[in-house]
Design a protein around this ligand. Structure first.
Ligand code: HEC
Length: 130
């Protein structure tokens, strides 16, 4: 009997299961309330802010200013909701931050940006400073 083969089949199944869990912690576990914002984040934000929302997106290794870690409760709590809104709508420069944070006001309407701000509060598990 080839036990090596059985073991590798087992780990492939375990990996598939783990991948399913990882997906659940982003989009679906956020629940219906944030499903749309989580989907928008996965579409437009992850390349810089990371699939784990920790600022380690695929682009981040080459960036002179590092994307904000949205999972950092303390750092995010220092940023008021209106600044999150402005930076998403008008880009980093709107809050004297880096131009590397793009403008999204032409992609999302104000309701979608508000949902994104609420979703970021869910991601950081932190309240607003103001
Ligand atoms: C091209 C890379 C890039 C993309 C794509 C991007 N960001 Fe950013 N973002 C950044 C960088 C870089 C910073 C840090 C700016 C700074 O600290 O000067 C940042 C900072 C932020 C901040 C913190 C602002 C603050 O006041 O500190 C928020 C909130 C944010 N991004 C939200 C988003 C959202 C939501 C999306 C998707 C709709 C997104 N970003 C997409 C690069 C990006």
């Amino acid at each position: 009997m080839n036990t090596g083969h059985i073991v590798s089949t087992f780990s492939a199944a375990a990996l598939a299961f783990a991948a399913g869990l990882a997906f659940n912690t982003t989009a679906s576990a956020a629940g219906d309330q944030f499903a749309k914002a989580a989907h928008n984040y996965d579409t437009y934000c992850v390349q810089c802010h990371g699939i784990n929302r920790n600022g380690r997106g695929i682009n981040s290794t080459n960036m002179s200013v590092q994307p904000r870690d949205h999972s950092d409760a303390k750092g995010m709590a220092d940023i008021p909701d209106n600044e999150l809104f402005d930076v998403i709508k008008n880009g980093g420069l709107a809050a004297n931050k880096s131009v590397l944070m793009p403008v999204w006001g032409n992609v999302f309407d104000e309701g979608e940006i508000k949902e994104m701000v609420a979703y970021l509060r869910y991601v950081c598990k932190c309240g607003s400073a103001k």
